[in-house]
Design a protein around this ligand. Structure first.
Ligand SMILES: [Zn+2]
Length: 190
């Protein structure tokens, strides 16, 4: 039976590179996969899975009106796996379509994303992935400032930590840092 996977991690935990690796592994064995990503993420360009180490490839952008289920159902040949980057930005309806892809089409879906935002509130898409996923896995990375595991994302503007404001404001390395809880509360910014 196919399963719904949710692999979450803080910024820079290697989510995008993992997607590109999994896709490559399937395709090396002539097993087609379908890649999706949120249409919200415009760090690079809409419709790409991009890793910080420079690899990237095209992906189908998901907006709130995208018929993800229909795209997968109608795709020929049938994909062996569906990979979704930036799951945190997806709506509940989009996540429920991923559930139907697993349960009705028997295609495994691997979703990747951030769990909590810089205010330490759950992202909407991650909330529903945590509830619906068969398997949940943490992708680990180290705190930007110390030796602990990073479990939060610190937003920094003009050298100052920010704990309030709009949830979605896409940035790069200059505005968000993977941090441990202690460094999130008291970041050692100079
Ligand atoms: Zn730390």
């Amino acid at each position: 039976m196919a399963q719904l996977f949710f692999k979450y991690g803080s910024m820079n935990s290697g989510k995008s590179i993992e997607i590109l690796k999994v896709a490559h592994n399937y395709e090396e064995q002539n097993k087609p996969v379908l890649l999706f990503t949120s249409a919200i993420d415009d760090r690079d360009a809409v419709g790409y899975v991009s890793s910080r180490i420079g690899l990237r490839r095209e992906a189908i952008p998901i907006s709130d009106t995208t018929d993800i289920y229909g795209i997968v159902k109608d795709h020929q040949p049938k994909p062996y796996c569906v990979l979704v980057d930036e799951c945190q930005f997806l709506s509940k309806d989009s996540i429920l379509q991923l559930v139907r892809i697993v349960d009705e089409l028997n295609v495994p879906v691997m979703g990747f994303g951030l769990k909590n935002d810089f205010r330490n509130e759950l992202f909407e898409g991650s909330r529903w992935m945590l509830i619906y996923a068969d398997k949940i896995e943490e992708m680990k990375t180290i705190c930007w400032f110390c030796e602990r595991k990073a479990i939060m994302n610190l937003r920094v503007i003009d050298g100052k930590p920010v704990y309030a404001g709009e949830q979605i404001l896409i940035g790069g390395n200059d505005t968000y840092f993977p941090v441990c809880r202690k460094c999130h509360t008291n970041p050692p910014l100079s």
